[in-house]
Write a protein that binds this ligand. Sequence first.
Ligand code: GLC
Length: 427
Amino acid sequence: MQTRESLDQEAIRILRANDRGGFTVPTAGLYPFQWLWDAGFTALGWMRFDEARAWQELELLFEGQWPGGMLPHIVFHRPEATYFPGPDRWGAPHTPPTSGITQPPVVATFVRWMLERAQDKALAEEKTRALYPKILAYHRWFKRERDPHDTGLMTTLHPWETGADNSPAWDEALARVPVDPHLPPYTRRDTSHVDPSQRPHKAEYDRFLSLLEVYKRAGYDQLRLHRECPFRVVSLLIDCVLHRANRDLLWLSRRFGFGDEAEIEGWLRASGPAIEGLWDEESGLYHNHDLVQDAPIRVGTNASFLPLYAGTASLERAERLARTLEAWGRQVRYLVPSTDPAHPEFEPQRYWRGPVWAVVNRLVATGFREYGHLALAERLRQDTRELAELSGFSEYYHPVSGAGLGGGNFSWTAATWLDWAAEGADG
Ligand code: GLC
């Protein structure tokens, strides 16, 4: 068991050790590049002890932005052999090389939080002004390319875009993806860093990679992919994070007088009711949605609580969600397991099929706190804190034993400690 002070020092040491000169790798070896939503959480952590460095994290992330506005989920700032699939496999038309899909768009919200907390207000305002048009272009891309029929919900084209790669929520939709008969041979690198029992299976990897071939054949033409991509879902992680990000973008537009309010309000008017349409009265949860079958995906996950973070839920629904989460909390020691512990596919040590992820806890806790469920929000923070005290800054944790799983010395977990989980930190 470590103390608050020694963990603070350890968290700072991890961010510095994972710093590659302006961007932070999630962990050495397993993930040697810059990831989108990791960069957001990591910037919040840097903000606690080096504000200039925190802003730089986001500036470097946007070096990967495509001309159409898409912000890719990985920026390959420099070559590294320890990760697969690398730039060649993506074949994405960009310098520096990037992946060709996105990830939960946390940036607008986190920029707002960074601006509000900054000690150096002049620097924060200058950086926010420079980032704002890039974030706006990114959100416009979402609306234009991922919701061309104005349904209020985004089409997500890969489990990796959701951030929750092998969640049981994607099992059926992924199983329908045909394995490309000409899939070039490949060697996974992840299972040489981490015990395979904590990582996705080969059958999933074959399909993850077959989807990349579909994108390349379509020349990354998103509108074509709405027809041709065999995996199309609505992901609560993407849609709830984006809804909140649009609320915060609206706030930034007003705060600086950028004048984009009408456009952003239009997006919010569509996405709010659409997210509420994902509610399932019977389970007391929100569900992801399969767009190929046009059917709800009835698997409770840690993302099922995120309409609270989005701010779209009614007080009654927030109450139901609190009851559901409390029931989960009687089945595991540490909240929030990434899958409903009563679900047959719950696996407490396999990646997004059961383990606790500190960053999602933070988003879920923010939602409960804002809806006035303070005790539950505090339990989430305390569970996250205890996991770090018990097992250090792991990629994810066993929800029953609290054991650290996946990669160690993990940037976004360390950053989430500094910014939120540690006693006394606000938010
Ligand atoms: C894994 C996670 C993803 C994360 C990345 C880097 O792919 O599933 O959410 O962004 O690792 O940490």
